[in-house]
Design a protein around this ligand. Structure first.
Ligand code: DX5
Ligand code: ZN
Length: 219
């Protein structure tokens, strides 16, 4: 399966956000991971549609919008208009998950479903064949720079094996605490879209992106 790096701009310097997006794009990242937080589903508040819209001219790469928002379907249309290509919603935040997935797809976006570390992957059984991506959270969502939770690796293996048994080549994204030291482990477990925030933007973002790309062997 193709392996993709999705730098999370949550860890970038917000006063130079446009430049940060351009630099990781130039260094080879294929997705830009954009963390939207509402202060309800998660404690923190990040940014929303106006910021996404103003970043859109900076790159043609995929805008992978991670909605850490209660009932994210309320914003699906606005997110599409702002420039989202892929909208990923939390299973825990959607009362009618099936409806929200259909809504995202009918707007012409790819649909992803995320689960928190303590949510068993069996909740995804009925929707596995309806989504483009499953996101396994490897930290509790809400903040960048947290430590990877090791038991989430087994959840990646479980989802990959379930997808294989259904003959599906759906993307599995992993998000939270990914570094150059543990990325090989998560790739081996079956994840193919790697989110990295502080490990990319915590230093020389271009150099870090290239180092990840090498690990993903797609340069
Ligand atoms: C956490 C966010 C992540 C975060 C990852 O709630 O969903 O995307 O930015 O940051 P790192 O890679 O620093 O854990
Ligand atoms: Zn995220």
């Amino acid at each position: 399966m193709r392996r993709i790096l999705a730098p999370s701009v949550l860890a970038a310097d917000f006063k130079n956000l446009g430049r940060a997006v351009e630099q990781v794009d130039e260094a080879g990242a294929e997705y830009i991971h954009i963390d939207v937080m509402d202060g309800m589903f998660v404690p923190s508040i990040s940014f929303g549609m106006p910021v996404i819209k103003s970043l859109r001219p900076c790159t043609d790469k995929v805008f992978d919008v991670h909605m850490m928002v209660e009932e994210p379907g309320r914003y699906a249309e606005d997110m599409k208009a702002a420039g989202a290509d892929l909208l990923c919603v939390h299973q825990e935040a959607c009362r009618h998950l099936d409806r929200t997935i259909q809504q995202i797809r009918s707007l012409g976006m790819k649909a992803g479903v995320a689960v928190n570390p303590a949510t068993p992957v069996s909740v995804l059984d009925c929707i596995l064949d309806q989504v483009d991506m499953i996101l396994i959270m490897s930290v509790n969502p809400g903040f960048g720079g947290q430590k990877f939770i090791p038991y989430t690796l087994e959840k990646v293996r479980q989802v990959r094996s379930r997808l294989d048994s259904l003959g599906l080549e759906t993307d599995i994204q992993i998000d939270g605490g990914i570094t150059l030291d543990n990325v090989s482990q998560v790739l081996e477990a079956g994840a193919n879209i790697i989110v990295a925030g502080s490990a990319v933007f915590g230093g020389d973002q271009e150099k870090n992106t290239r180092a990840f790309m090498e690990k993903l062997r797609i340069v």
